[in-house]
Design a binder for this molecule. Structure first.
Ligand SMILES: [Zn+2]
Ligand SMILES: [Zn+2]
Length: 450
């Protein structure tokens, strides 16, 4: 028997099954608080070899080795819910979803109960208490301790506020009413959805809390625990299944040109020519008077013979950079210069092209699935293109930043794809230039253009 197993037999509150869906962090925090363990005791008593500065909320979910050490030390079987994927109603998501900040129910955490459900961004309230999930200290908004650093007890704030009530925690003899039922109903709902829903986002980019909340509609029996869609302030778009178009697929291989490193030029497939032209015209139409020269305006309109009698031209010479923004005509072919489009958009489109949920479809399903994929890719390209044009133009027309809806901004897209007929794709967009001007973000993302 190891040294810590001797301790373990004396630990208060070590029954893993007492609290359904208890997160590994909740389990450790509760044990630590009930048994007055400091981070220095974690190895000797709990078998955990972790530096005290480690974020235990995230680390205990991601490190199978730590989970195994803990299970061995305290002699229990690792619950299925300690695999973060068990909470996902889709495939393809990163295991870190929802872990960027500690979220809790004030009623549950009082007795050291932190359910894995409480971290899921698509839930806004505790399903059994009905109270809003929170993050940060209720008194001062400070950060709640989820590591053994700085000598603070787990679940306390630097102001002294303690989320956990030690007496109530020690007295706990059952999980809150309905918690067990709700957790198992949720897990039974999520499990089959992992077979026909796929979450896709730009490579190596964690999904934001807002995007995840916007994309995932929890089960109907959890309706009260979620924010209604109109409360979520994020742009969303839904693509429904439309009659498949073989013609779409025939010229779509041109989009394969987006899969290299920093592709510079894209030959537009026929189905994107009208859309991109419309984007350029629409941007030009909304620019303040005096933004473009006559030559630039004609390029944006795409018709050299357009009437410019009421057009107010910019008081500067034409710019080569602006001239390359509209689709370029070379004989009958059209090209798009890609340096105006943020690489995160291009990488997302490239990712959809190889997404298994589309690639594995066969027969008529193949045409259906890939028609849908191309419509989404086209939508993402046109949106990224519109954002990019406005961003590049903002260097010449700073007043664009005073526009409301059409101010320069850059967004990244995440898609939730229903991979069985009828195919449906929900897309959510989140800003990527939160701190700085969009044009700076775009320049930094394209180092070779500097
Ligand atoms: Zn609760
Ligand atoms: Zn505080």
């Amino acid at each position: 028997m190891t040294a810590f197993r001797r301790y373990a037999s004396r630990l208060v509150g070590d029954r893993i099954e007492a609290l359904p869906g208890q997160s590994p962090f909740g389990y450790v925090a509760r044990l630590a608080r009930l048994n007055l363990l400091s981070s220095g005791d974690f190895h000797g008593v709990l078998g955990l070899r972790v530096h005290r500065s480690v974020n235990l909320l995230e680390h205990l979910v991601l490190s199978r080795r730590c989970q195994e050490a803990l299970a061995e030390a305290l002699n229990f079987e690792i619950p299925k819910t300690w695999n973060p994927i068990a909470w996902h109603p889709f495939t393809g998501g990163m295991p870190t979803i929802g872990l960027e900040v500690f979220r809790y129910c004030i009623g549950c955490i009082r007795v050291g109960y932190h359910c894995g459900l409480h971290q899921m961004p698509w839930l806004s309230s505790c399903p059994w208490h009905g109270v809003r999930l929170r993050h940060g200290c209720p008194r001062c908004g400070g950060v709640i301790a989820v590591s053994g650093d700085a000598g603070r007890k787990l679940l306390t704030c630097v102001c002294g506020f303690d989320l956990l009530n030690e007496t109530a925690t020690a007295r706990l003899n059952a999980a809150p009413a309905n918690a067990e039922k709700a957790v198992s109903a949720y897990l039974n709902w999520a499990e089959p959805l992992r077979r026909n829903r796929w979450l896709a986002g730009p490579p190596d980019t964690p999904i934001t809390h807002e995007a995840a909340a916007a994309l995932i509609q929890p089960p109907k029996f959890f309706a009260a625990a979620t924010d209604p869609p109109d409360r979520i302030s994020i742009h969303r778009r839904q693509y429904r299944q439309a009659p498949p178009r073989q013609a779409l697929l025939d010229d779509a291989q041109l989009l394969g040109g987006l899969s290299g490193d920093f592709p510079k030029l894209l030959e537009l497939p026929a189905f994107l020519i009208k859309g991109t032209q419309a984007v350029a015209r629409d941007v030009a139409a909304k620019l303040p008077a005096g933004s473009l020269t006559e030559r630039e305006q004609l390029l944006f309109l795409g018709t050299p013979e357009a009437d410019l009698s009421s057009f107010e031209a910019a008081d500067r010479s034409s710019s080569g950079t602006i001239g390359y923004l509209p689709p370029l005509l070379v004989g009958p072919r059209r090209f798009l210069e890609l340096s105006s489009i943020h690489p995160i958009v291009i990488r997302m489109i490239a990712k959809l092209q190889t997404a298994p949920c589309f690639a594995r479809a066969t027969g008529t399903d193949h045409v259906q699935a890939n028609s849908m994929r191309l419509r989404v890719e086209g939508g993402l390209l046109c949106r990224g293109y519109a954002e990019g044009i406005r961003t590049v133009l903002s260097r010449y027309v700073p007043s664009l930043y005073t526009m409301k809806r059409d101010r320069p901004r850059l967004t990244a897209a995440w898609c939730l794809i229903e991979t069985e007929s009828p195919y449906t794709v929900w897309t959510a967009f989140t800003p990527i230039n939160r701190q700085e001007a969009a044009s700076d973000t775009l320049i930094q993302a394209r180092p070779y253009r500097r």
